[in-house]
Design a protein around this ligand. Structure first.
Ligand SMILES: Cc1cc2nc3c(=O)[nH]c(=O)nc-3n(C[C@H](O)[C@H](O)[C@H](O)COP(=O)(O)OP(=O)(O)OC[C@H]3O[C@@H](n4cnc5c(N)ncnc54)[C@H](O)[C@@H]3O)c2cc1C
Ligand SMILES: *[C@@H]1O[C@H](CO)[C@@H](O)[C@H](O)[C@H]1NC(C)=O
Ligand SMILES: *[C@@H]1O[C@H](CO)[C@@H](O)[C@H](O)[C@H]1NC(C)=O
Ligand SMILES: *[C@@H]1O[C@H](CO)[C@@H](O)[C@H](O)[C@H]1NC(C)=O
Length: 344
């Protein structure tokens, strides 16, 4: 069946780069190329632009970083945007961006395989519908392509609903429910905050050390402060300063069950890719007891969880705030000498 299809449709030759993914990165590349008069084709698996933002984020989401750090090249955000634009504002900006540069991705095309053919000097990029070829391939599928679902013992035994944060929209259906939120990154913290606003009872699992910084210090963003200081001072010094400011602003988060890693927040991001949490209110709800912090889960049962400290608790729902991963290693076939870099 498949080989039949390929025989019928000869490869589509793209005069210019093939870009995989119509998120902010892919669109930026297409716009910059177009600005230099270079055509390109974007292949996108979903049926919309910036699908992570449109389909897989919660209603209340705002940009975590101040707007000037999130702007795409060649087009400013509208003047009336607040410092932290909402998800809807960001999406409308993305849509005007694509319109401005006449970018029309080919939708519903999931790239299943891409390999470089040394003989013809062309990339062959296979989707479920056919093959595209080009001299150049740009990978823009992001770090959030696939939800990570951890292998928690007993996960299948739990009888209530289990959703990943990529499918969480808002807390309205969780009112008065005991909810176990697994994970304490930005998504886990913000989902807990949202659940509280709908009178749910979130319990957040904190397994590993985590850096929490206030999103803003007296009207300045932590991220902005860090970026400015890094221009002048060594990384270790900036990290120490950030932790000093964070501790004076949020208090000792260790006492709340949120241990700080030994490595500073920016160094840790650089070395492991782990993003510090930028707090927008969850910490004060942990302090007031509305969000409970729990130990790691030992196993899930039909109606709840057993924790590593021996406690057992009932829950009605579970939300997995366990992050995302790239899908590039599954489809990009690269020369042997490059595989280590891509598969790690
Ligand atoms: C809750 C949340 C909040 C965030 N907040 C911020 C923020 O405030 N500021 C910030 O800078 N970043 C933020 N991020 C990070 C986010 O990764 C970036 O905002 C941005 O979306 C990255 O753009 P991208 O184009 O690299 O990837 P994505 O936006 O993930 O786009 C990748 C595209 O590739 C498509 N794709 C994936 N695999 C394939 C395939 N095999 N074939 C074809 N198409 C494929 C996807 O459908 C998607 O449309 C946030 C992320 C999350 C989850
Ligand atoms: C993509 O697929 C969806 C669902 O199958 C369909 O509704 C939509 O019309 C398709 N869009 C394009 C541009 O092919
Ligand atoms: C899940 O349920 C099965 C059948 O009831 C049981 O044998 C198994 O031990 C349970 N798993 C865990 C990790 O509790
Ligand atoms: C990030 O780490 C790399 C090596 O892992 C190092 O060369 C680089 O200087 C680091 N960047 C910063 C800002 O510390």
């Amino acid at each position: 069946m498949n080989s039949c299809l390929e025989a019928e449709h000869s490869p589509i030759f793209v005069n210019g780069p093939i870009i995989v993914g119509a998120g902010p990165s892919g669109l930026s590349v297409a716009a910059c190329l177009s600005n230099r008069g270079v055509p390109s084709v974007i292949l996108e698996r979903t049926d919309c632009l910036a699908s992570l933002w449109q389909k897989r984020t919660y209603d209340r989401l705002k940009l975590h970083l101040p707007k000037h750090f999130c702007e795409l090249p060649l087009m400013k955000f509208p003047k009336n945007f607040p410092r932290y634009p909402s998800k809807q504002q960001f999406i409308s900006y993305i849509e005007s961006y694509a319109a401005r540069f006449n970018i029309e991705p080919v939708f519903n095309q999931t790239v299943e395989k891409a390999e470089f053919d040394v003989v013809s000097g062309l990339w062959k990029v296979k989707t479920q519908d056919g093959v595209y070829t080009s001299k150049w391939l740009v990978v823009a599928t992001g770090e959030n392509a696939e939800p990570v679902v951890p292998d928690i013992p007993g996960l299948k035994n739990f009888t209530g609903p289990i959703v990943h944060t990529s499918a969480y929209k808002c807390g309205s259906e969780y009112a008065n429910r005991k909810v176990l939120v697994v994970g304490c990154g930005n998504s886990g913290m913000e989902v807990c905050l949202d659940l509280c606003r709908y009178n749910a009872l979130p319990h957040m699992v904190v397994r590993n050390p985590v850096h929490v910084l206030p999103r803003d210090f007296f009207g300045l963003s932590s991220f902005g402060i860090a970026m400015t200081l890094l221009k002048w001072f060594p990384l270790k010094l900036v990290d120490n300063l950030l932790m000093l400011l964070a501790n004076s602003y949020l208090g000792n988060t260790d006492r709340l069950g949120l241990r700080r890693p030994k490595t500073g927040p920016i160094e840790l991001k650089n070395v492991t890719g782990k993003t510090p949490v930028l707090d927008v209110g969850a910490i004060s709800l942990i302090q007031s007891g509305q969000i409970r912090v729990t130990q790691a889960v030992k196993e899930l049962t039909k109606k709840g969880a057993k924790f590593v400290d021996g406690q057992e608790m009932g829950f009605e729902s579970i939300i997995l705030a366990t992050g995302y991963k790239s899908n590039v290693p599954d489809w990009l076939k690269v020369l042997k000498s490059y595989t280590n870099r891509y598969s790690s």
